[in-house]
Design a protein around this ligand. Structure first.
Ligand code: UDP
Ligand code: MN
Length: 473
């Protein structure tokens, strides 16, 4: 018995399951497990490295492998060093944006130009479109619109700026998809003198020349967002006009206000007149002395303009008021809907419009575009005003996004939050083909012709009718 007890005792002392049940045992076990994971990770890393570095070659002998590895490693460190150096050179300050492009140096004694003078663009476009039939119309047979937006090449001074650029970019992608428009987003500097708000000018010219198939180029600032996802601009209104821009006749032509129109969202027809307008507009923009002096002139000429360097909007207002009459002759000042809606006038009204109206109006009842003029979300300074901007930018995004998410069965809990809530139960009849039959057992078997007819109907109704609530007038 004693002997047996001793054996039992020894057995229990060496029984691994009991040992690992003790606190010390568990600790040892955890260490061993962690060690195993480390070894496994190391092994996988070596396998992956060998795999990627040796792609395409047979298995070399191990000494060669080690030599090649060492060489490759040196190569990698050289590359990463070069990348690091390049990074060090990358200015974060958007004021230094000119560093991002190499081009011929502009001689300030000569007038600034966006490129070689083109005088027969209408003819060139006509010939191109004749040679490339059907390229200049959408699938619905409408003239093509290219939606264009962009932001600075480097990171924002304030990371929140990048966060909202991303969300606002998503909004534009949604709008373009829903309305069958092509979309171009630019983060490159095209001409170093044309930084900040002037960057759109060389970009617009470039896109016109490289997209002869597109009839309209629609510029949207990065701080502007579509807030009526249903509304569609009626191009028929603009026959005979070449620039469509939000503004007010009295503010512009009678009061000469620098805010008489807004260049945050406008349509420009792809034609000779527009190239000429850009040529007349650009000379106010080159950064440095020219822009500073132009700013002084614009402040003197325009009403309520604070003293600052020339901006694209003031220069356009100036051209419309005091420039060649051909400019105002082809201008369509749009005030029937918010092609640009000043954020302070619209964002505090979102809940109200949601309660009273449906999307589709684009005006006070449901603003088409909300533009965060003056917010400068990408700059360093985070003042109280900028905080309010971010708060309202989030609300504007959620207000717009609810109109997109609805189709997918979700909505934001409130305009203030990016949190979402499910607003529709999942179903085994997602296309609603059988919903007339309450009891799934009663569901008749549809013949394939019936199904395709149903699908055709669905397809026809797809897109906006399905995505968004129907508009009422
Ligand atoms: N922008 C650009 N590239 C740059 C810097 C600015 O395309 O390197 C664009 C961007 O879309 C921005 C617009 O220029 O929204 C005009 O500037 P901002 O919106 O800050 O002017 P505001 O509307 O406040 O007058
Ligand atoms: Mn803007």
């Amino acid at each position: 018995m004693n002997h047996q007890m001793a054996v039992e005792g020894m057995k229990s002392a060496w029984d691994p399951s009991r040992y690992f049940a003790t606190q010390r045992g568990r600790k040892v076990m955890r260490t061993v497990n962690a060690f195993k994971v480390t070894i496994l990770c190391g092994f996988i890393t070596i396998l992956v490295l060998r795999g990627t570095m040796q792609a395409g070659s047979g298995l070399p002998d191990s000494s060669k492998f080690i030599d090649e590895d060492a060489e490759r490693f040196q190569g990698l460190t050289r590359t990463s060093r070069m990348l690091k150096e390049a990074e060090d050179e990358t200015p974060v300050d958007s004021a230094l944006v000119g560093k991002f492009v190499e081009e011929e140096k502009w001689d300030p004694s000569k007038p600034y130009t966006l490129g070689p003078k083109i005088s027969n663009w209408d003819e060139q476009r006509r010939v191109w479109n004749e040679r490339n039939p059907m390229q200049n119309v959408t699938r619905n047979g409408k003239p093509k619109i290219l939606l264009v937006s962009g932001s600075q090449p480097g990171p924002c001074g304030n990371p929140m700026g990048d966060f909202y650029h991303l969300k606002y970019l998503k909004n534009r992608i949604d709008y373009a998809r829903l309305h069958g428009m092509e979309f171009f987003y630019n983060v490159a500097t095209f001409q170093k003198e044309m930084n900040s708000f002037w960057a759109k000018l060389p970009l617009l010219r470039n896109l016109m020349l490289n997209h002869p198939e597109t009839e309209w180029i629609w510029w949207m600032d990065s701080d502007a967002i579509f807030t009526d996802m249903t509304f569609e601009v009626d191009l028929e209104r603009y026959v005979g006009k070449n620039i469509v821009i939000h503004g007010f006749n009295d503010l512009l032509f009678e009061q000469h206000k620098w805010l008489g129109l807004n260049t945050g969202s406008f349509l420009l027809r792809n034609c000779q007149w527009s190239l000429d307008l850009l040529d007349a507009w650009a000379p106010y923009g080159p950064s440095g002395e020219v822009r500073m002096n132009a700013g002084k002139m614009l402040t003197a000429k325009l009403v309520d303009r604070p003293a600052f360097e020339a901006d694209d909007q003031s220069a356009l207002v100036y051209l419309m008021l005091f420039g060649d009459p051909q400019w105002r002759g082809k201008l369509f000042l749009e005030w029937a809907f918010y092609l640009h809606g000043y954020w302070k006038f619209v964002v505090y009204n979102y809940e109200n419009v949601m309660a009273k109206h449906k999307p589709g109006f684009g005006d006070d009842r449901w603003p088409f575009v909300t533009h965060f003029v003056g917010c400068k979300p990408c700059q360093y300074a985070v003042t109280g005003e900028v905080q309010e901007c971010f708060k309202q930018m989030e609300r504007a995004f959620n207000f717009a996004d609810n109109q997109v998410l609805g189709k997918y069965g979700y909505a934001h809990r409130s305009l203030a939050t990016w949190k979402t809530v499910k607003v529709r139960e999942d179903t085994n009849d997602p296309l609603g083909l059988y919903k007339a039959h309450k009891n799934p057992q009663d569901t008749p078997t549809l013949k394939s012709e019936d199904l395709s007819a149903q699908f055709l109907k669905q397809k026809e109704a797809a897109g906006l009718e399905k995505v968004l609530p129907k508009t009422t007038s």
